[in-house]
Design a protein around this ligand. Sequence first.
Ligand SMILES: Nc1ncnc2c1ncn2[C@@H]1O[C@H](COP(=O)(O)OP(=O)(O)OP(=O)(O)O)[C@@H](O)[C@H]1O
Length: 452
Amino acid sequence: MTNQRISGRYRLERTVGQGAGGAVWLAHDDLLDRAVALKRIGGFAGSAAAEDAVRAEREARIAAQLGHPHVVSVYDLVTDDDGTWLVMEYVDGPALSAAVRDNGPYSPDEAARLLAPVADALVQAHALGIVHRDVKPSNILAGDGGAKLTDFGIARGAEDATLTRTGMVTGSPAYLAPEVAMGQQATVASDVWAFGATLVHLLTGRPPYHHPDKDNGPLAVVYRIAHEDPPRPEEAGWLAPLIAATMTKDPAQRPSMAAVRDHLARTTLVAEQTAVLPAVPVPPPPRTPPTAPRPERSARPSRALLIAGAVALLVLVAVVGTIALTRGGDEPSAGQTSSSPPPRTTTSATTQTTAPTVAQLVDFARRYVATASRDPKAGFAMLTPAYQRRSPGYADFWGPMKNPEILTISADPAALTVTYTYRYVFPGKGRRTETVTLRLVQVDGRLLIDGA
Ligand SMILES: Nc1ncnc2c1ncn2[C@@H]1O[C@H](COP(=O)(O)OP(=O)(O)OP(=O)(O)O)[C@@H](O)[C@H]1O
């Protein structure tokens, strides 16, 4: 107990955390007789007081605007002789980064249940044009009322490019989307990536792109984000397709936060009711006509990655400079500078000139239905990476399905499509009959499904 009173009203009790922006205190609001959290703004080396005040004001305004049950409420912003303080709702529980560190990783079910409401908070923020820009486990607090998102300090309107105009990149290194690591402006899609990266941390126990046997300093991590394929951890279980969809390098290919929320919420419902729901599709990207075989989306390096090299190095310097100010408690301490990480690998997609025959297409579709219902993982491997990313609920659909039986089937080699009507049984839901058209592409001479 310190007995120090802020603004004649808030009695400081003890520090409960230390962020890059200052200490966080548990305090008692004597006027309203309730516990509050006070965050001291400014006062750390290298910070400009005016800039901190602007950041705090922005945080207070945005949190007030959201008023979401899974966003930490900001009650007040007060200034006295000791400086400026942000007065917040006190969450009696650890940040998720601390929870993982102390108790180990979460199971996919636990992580989904915990993060679905946080995804909902981000849906609301995005609908208001607010990009959080620093979604990470240390900015999610786990209290009695569930997980709450905090620290909208660097959040700003989706159209506001002030920070990137000044050459700064904000956000915590391990959760930065590749395009942001390369110096582009943060968008709602980069929040989606950071949300996927947060899931990875909860499921594996460590931030994405961190390896126990490698240099995990900010420079090395940012380099890996820009140049390596995103992590696909085994621990992800049924969340694997969702992680693949959110942590896809091209921001245009990522699902919306609403699709992410719906997937987590619906699948959580499935787990709770032990019932079966069909796959929850993420919104498909703009389509090209299915009449021509389409090249793999992942085979095309994103524009951001094409400007690697010299530009990347310049940006990395800016990122690392800024990271010193924005690092939170999510990561182990920084190591040394990166040893030369391997160059980013890309898959090559080629289109075969000879079109497959009707018989080949029909045979492919029959094999696919048989494979997917027997072994969803093997069936999933028959999809293009782009379609895999758009199918986060794949295993939920094919896993429980029984006795699929193709009733009619036809193929169009010119359009590279196969249409079949099939009947199957869903435990608890009975028999269903459905007609599906698979759109196929040829990649390195192999047929893959690129949409349905
Ligand atoms: N409203 C709150 N109620 C209870 N504890 C809190 C609250 N806000 C923050 N904390 C605690 O204080 C710690 C530091 O929070 P803070 O938001 O300042 O920093 P950070 O997110 O860890 O880092 P950075 O400032 O770099 O984003 C949190 O990890 C959490 O444990």
